[in-house]
Write a protein that binds this ligand. Structure first.
Ligand SMILES: [Zn+2]
Length: 227
């Protein structure tokens, strides 16, 4: 029987990028026990992202977690190549460049696809909340309060369960996130749409966003870009 003063477990979508990496640090600092998830979706950057999520989780487990507080990463498959077809996220053709608008990196139904299996996993393993590091200025329909509330309600109807979807960063910008905890090993994260030999390309929309984000990091940008 688990003791009653055992902390509740929070599921966390850990993409391997900056925002969810910072959120993992915050949940651990708050004393929550964390079950991290990575959802594998066929994207061109999938392998690098999973590798980053794995090594970041491992590093933070040593430096920022008490024994037993950070559970092993669970990787779930949600392949989308059959659905997305010729989309740039699968083919690498016409990848949004460094001067493209945020709207250019839209991945159809991304948050719904990310959350579906994770919420169902949590439901069947007795975890009653899932955190996602969605930021205030996310421009997409599947990052709105209305979407998250409706999706949570639909999955409750589907399962008869009570898993809640929480968004601790819903009012924060990237700059706020980068100023949250400067002890985190963010150099281990990965956020690029077109990796070159495992490195950040330095030319895509996400690399530009990353460079900008690290302007708010005291020691600067530690990323070795291919260009
Ligand atoms: Zn890139």
């Amino acid at each position: 029987m688990p003791s009653t003063d055992e902390p509740a477990t929070t599921g966390l979508l850990l993409s391997g990028g900056l925002d969810s990496a910072v959120l993992l640090g915050q949940l651990l600092n708050e004393g929550q026990r964390v079950q991290p998830f990575h959802v594998c979706m066929d994207f061109l950057w999938q392998r690098e992202e999973l590798r980053a999520a794995t090594r970041y989780r491992e590093a933070v487990g040593w430096t920022h977690a008490k024994p037993g507080q950070l559970l092993p990463l669970v990787a779930l498959e949600m392949p989308v190549a059959d659905l997305y077809g010729p989309h740039w996220s699968i083919t690498g053709r016409e990848t949004p460049g460094e001067h493209s608008a945020d709207e250019a990196v839209y991945l159809p139904g991304h948050n719904a696809l990310l959350l579906l299996k994770v919420v169902l996993w949590c439901h069947s393993h007795g975890v009653d909340r899932v955190a996602i590091a969605s930021l205030a200025n996310n421009p997409f329909g599947d990052a709105t309060s209305a979407f998250f509330e409706s999706f949570e309600a639909a999955l409750r109807l589907a399962t008869g369960g009570t898993v809640r979807i929480t968004r601790p960063f819903e009012r924060l910008t990237k700059r706020d996130v980068m100023q949250r905890d400067q002890s985190l090993p963010l150099e281990l994260t990965f956020s690029c749409l077109a990796p070159v030999r495992g490195l950040h390309c330095g030319r895509c929309n996400k690399c530009a966003e990353r460079r900008q984000a690290f302007q708010h990091w005291p020691s600067g940008d530690p990323t070795p870009y291919a260009k």
